[in-house]
Write a protein that binds this ligand. Structure first.
Ligand code: 6PG
Length: 237
């Protein structure tokens, strides 16, 4: 299915556009099903979107007691570490909204990576049989990675729902939803901002003949992939 492109004039407008979209999807999903399971993206781009979701007017649109928060991936660090995706999400979002703490499903980055991945997969299956998330929010790395599905790593082929992956380029372990879990989500949203991402966005959306297969090319859910970009990131689209 063709990707859906939503292009904002600048980074600030992108944050607002993406936050509006998420608030709409979450509130509609809760009206329809009584709950909504959202997997957050890590990295730096999403923090501004999360802050807007936590502020009026958007915060009033969401019935927080019905929202479950999951994580697309986590760095293998303690939750209070500056590199932790959980810390980023907490500071920009979760500490500001009344999602019940038992509905914030943190990846235990401080533990053994393989054990933490196994425990997260079990929790996902116990709380959400079949692990079909309502929306997975992803960022895009300059090498085409999404979540912690990096090029030339074993996770690209793994069939488990969640996997631990050693990223040679970063000399560090990560824990991530696999492509299987990402692709079975009801909605997949990519959020990409800035001129430094223009090249990879162009490669992702218009792969030149013979170009290497990037992890983002393997994001193929049943529904459309919705791209939220600012003009700088969309320069080569
Ligand atoms: C992570 C993310 C990763 C991120 C991209 C983009 O843990 O780093 O999950 O996939 O979304 O690398 O990161 P930026 O938003 O910081 O550019």
């Amino acid at each position: 299915m063709a990707p859906e492109l939503h292009i904002a004039d600048n980074a600030e407008a992108l944050r607002q556009l993406a936050a509006d979209h998420l608030a709409h999807e979450i509130s509609a999903g809760i009206r329809e099903a009584g709950a909504f399971h959202l997997a957050l993206a890590g990295g730096s781009t999403p923090a501004g979107v999360y802050r807007r979701l936590a502020e009026p007017p958007l915060r009033e649109r969401i019935e927080w007691s019905r929202l479950h928060i999951w994580f697309g991936d986590e760095r293998c660090v303690p939750p209070d570490h500056e590199a932790s995706n959980f810390r980023m999400a907490s500071e920009s979002f979760l500490a500001r909204v009344p999602v019940p703490y038992q509905q914030v499903h943190r990846i235990e980055g401080e533990g053994d990576p393989h054990e933490a991945a196994r425990r997260y997969a079990e929790r996902l299956d116990r709380i959400l049989p079949g692990g079909r998330l309502d929306l997975v929010l992803l960022g895009l790395g300059p090498d085409g990675h999404v979540a912690s599905v990096f090029p030339d790593t074993a996770i690209l082929e793994q069939e488990e729902a969640v996997a631990a992956v050693y990223v040679e380029a970063l000399k560090s372990w990560r824990i991530s939803l696999t492509l299987r879990t990402i692709n079975q989500a009801a909605r997949v949203v990519l959020l990409v901002s800035g001129r430094e991402k223009a090249e990879v966005v162009g490669q992702a959306l218009h792969p030149p003949p013979g170009a290497p297969d990037l992890p983002v090319h393997r994001v193929r859910p049943a529904g459309p992939v919705r791209w939220f970009l600012d003009r700088d990131a969309a320069r080569d689209v």
